[in-house]
Design a protein around this ligand. Structure first.
Ligand SMILES: NC(=O)c1ccc[n+]([C@@H]2O[C@H](COP(=O)([O-])OP(=O)(O)OC[C@H]3O[C@@H](n4cnc5c(N)ncnc54)[C@H](O)[C@@H]3O)[C@@H](O)[C@H]2O)c1
Length: 307
């Protein structure tokens, strides 16, 4: 299984590293436009192979898409990240052009590829990739919810004072500070609803901390985070590569599911060798439905900026 990661920056390199450490892919190609950068990152990562015990080959290239030929999965992380105080939506001007160019280059060399879009504003970039490429909808996946859910579980474990492995939960909706919808009602600790353990106020705080999870890190780091984003992408790639059929909330082109149409937004999906194999429609209560609708309206507004 050959995997391409476009953008050898913070998220792209972290993603390549986790894919290699999980050791399920034969080859990862890192591509960047900055001269020598992807080659350097690839060489540095390859020098961890004996230390971390993986056999995946990582190569780097400056802009040569012929090296990405016949990739089964390609991840788009190219584009600028947020600086403190910025919203993801503010990145649209620069990132739309980059995502458009990168997506069409990828498809020229790997017509069968499944694309995972990471660049922000991610829901709109995923929609743009659909509009630009016209691929079957299961082959374009936006990564946001897998990361937001990991952040949600971290915040829940903090509130519960328990290991994250005890906790399960999911964030759906738009990948933005205001659009995320952490499903506190459905989150569990070892199959017991967390509502049994945490007060309404504490859960509201968990949800709020989750929603601003990216902004909190951007403030601390001076740029957006990369370890958890890289790990989240690698989990999606692995689910495709190993046909695991895991369920993640991902941004997908909806056509009536959840009463929404003609936009990409985070909902639970099954990820397997064909990309998005199924959209899972869960029962939401009236309040959750209203929040998802509001989130969808905000995503559509950002999509409107593409015109
Ligand atoms: N979806 C998510 O959950 C999520 C999480 C974190 C970051 N992000 C987004 O991912 C993107 C990357 O973040 P980062 O922290 O890795 O940024 P970064 O600046 O560290 O890396 C971006 C890389 O893209 C490269 N690049 C720019 N234009 C390119 C092009 N046309 N072709 C190939 N490479 C190109 C740059 O040279 C740079 O190395 C940002 O848009 C960020 O907002 C999304």
């Amino acid at each position: 299984m050959k995997i391409t990661v476009v953008g050898a920056g913070a998220v792209g390199a972290s993603c390549a590293e986790y894919i290699a450490i999980k050791d399920f892919a034969s080859e990862v190609v890192l591509l960047d436009i900055k001269e020598g950068f992807a080659e350097g990152k690839a060489m540095d990562l390859m020098q961890t192979a004996t230390l971390n015990g993986f056999d995946t080959t990582i190569t780097g290239t400056t802009g040569d898409y012929s090296k990405t030929k016949d990739s089964q999965v390609a991840v788009i992380t190219s584009g600028i990240p947020r600086k403190p105080g910025m919203t993801r939506e503010e990145l649209i001007g620069i990132n739309a052009g980059i995502v458009k160019d990168v997506a069409s280059e990828l498809i020229k060399h790997s017509p069968e590829v499944t694309i995972i879009v990471v660049s922000n504003p991610m829901d709109t970039m995923t929609y743009l990739a659909h509009k630009e490429l016209g691929l079957p909808k299961h082959r374009i996946i936006g990564m946001g919810g897998a990361l937001d859910s990991a952040r949600f579980k971290y915040r829940l474990s903090e509130a519960l004072g328990c290991p994250s492995s005890d906790v399960d939960g999911m964030v759906i909706g738009g990948h933005s500070d205001t659009g995320m919808l952490p499903l506190t009602r459905l989150a569990t600790r070892n199959s017991v609803r967390v509502t049994e353990f945490l007060s309404e106020d504490r859960l509201a705080q968990v949800a709020e901390d989750t929603k601003v999870g990216g902004a909190t890190l951007t403030k601390l780091l001076g740029t957006s985070a990369w370890y958890a984003p890289g790990a989240a992408v690698s989990s999606l790639v692995q689910s495709i590569a190993c046909d695991q059929k895991k369920m993640f909330p991902c941004s997908t082109l909806l056509d009536g599911e959840y009463g929404l149409k003609d936009l990409c937004i985070g909902v639970p999906v099954i990820i397997g060798k064909n990309g998005i194999e199924k959209v899972v429609e869960i029962e939401l209560n009236e309040q959750e439905k209203a929040k998802l609708k509001e989130s969808a309206e905000a995503v559509k507004k950002t999509n409107g900026l593409l015109e």
